[in-house]
Design a protein around this ligand. Sequence first.
Ligand code: SAM
Length: 249
Amino acid sequence: MNDSEKTLPPLTPGTLYLVATPIGNLEDITLRALRVLKECDVVAAEDTRRTGQLLKHFGLSKPMISYFQFNEARRSEEILERLQRGEKIALVTDAGSPGISDPGERVVRAARLAGLRVESVPGPCALVAALTASGLPTDEFHFIGFLPHKSGQRRKRLEALKAFEGTLVLYESPYRIEKLLGELSEVFVGRTIVMARELTKKFEEFFRGTPVELLELLQKRSLKGEFVVMIGPAEELVEEGEFERQDQN
Ligand code: SAM
């Protein structure tokens, strides 16, 4: 143990730590995240195999329990019981900040309602990384996360979002990104779209243009990977033909 580690307070028993992990670039892990992962009693992970690899990369080894969308209810109870016994639990999802469009919300709510301690160990989050680097207004934004899968429901949600005055931020899977841009080209005609792909990774890219321009790009160049799609406010109108791939070098 070095001098700076000696002065750090120990983790608090009976606390649920929400540990943010890299969204691509492993250098983005924080010193605090590493210490919590090292000193906790157990790691509750969305995918134990994936988190196991992360722990291994940083030379850590910990007992793990799985906590994912389809066992959230049952596992939440177990996590609460463990916290009540005084365990220190680190909750980790596949990438980014637990609870933002991934499991976490339910167990946090249950822990709070039971009067248990919850601490955030902040770090990477695709929403923040994309929005802050987009060039779109950041003073007022609305985070939607993933749209519903069904076409009718998606359309209804998008129509309802049209009236919002700030920047809209959506997560989308690579399988539905083309569908999303098709929908935006009908609902958000002429609005500025910024699409962030593969944030923090080697092939990170930002694109700015109208929905039609970005749709054409996707039809020409099959883009894989992870995406955050942002819709600028109505006054950020772009002219057709202003499309640009924003240089990352
Ligand atoms: N909790 C995570 C966070 O803090 O951002 C988000 C989890 S959600 C299940 C995964 C979605 O986040 C992806 O489908 C994509 O929309 C977005 N995402 C995650 N990593 C990304 C990256 N490196 N580049 C672009 N989008 C990313």
